[in-house]
Write a protein of this length. Structure first.
Length: 52
């Protein structure tokens, strides 16, 4: 009886790890001019909105 419980717990944790384990990291693609411009514009607009 205990062996069945242990096997069930191990299977639950093993499938949980397989389904929800750490995602494989994707290699970063180089930034394009559009990405840099969009980031610069967002930073500029966000700085204008902030008030201290």
């Amino acid at each position: 009886m205990e062996a069945i419980i242990v096997v069930a717990i191990v299977l639950i944790f093993w499938t949980n790890e397989a389904l929800f384990g750490k995602p494989v990291s994707q290699p970063k693609k180089p930034e394009t001019k559009e990405d840099k411009l969009a980031k610069a514009l967002a930073d500029y607009l966000n700085d204008g909105v902030k008030t201290k």
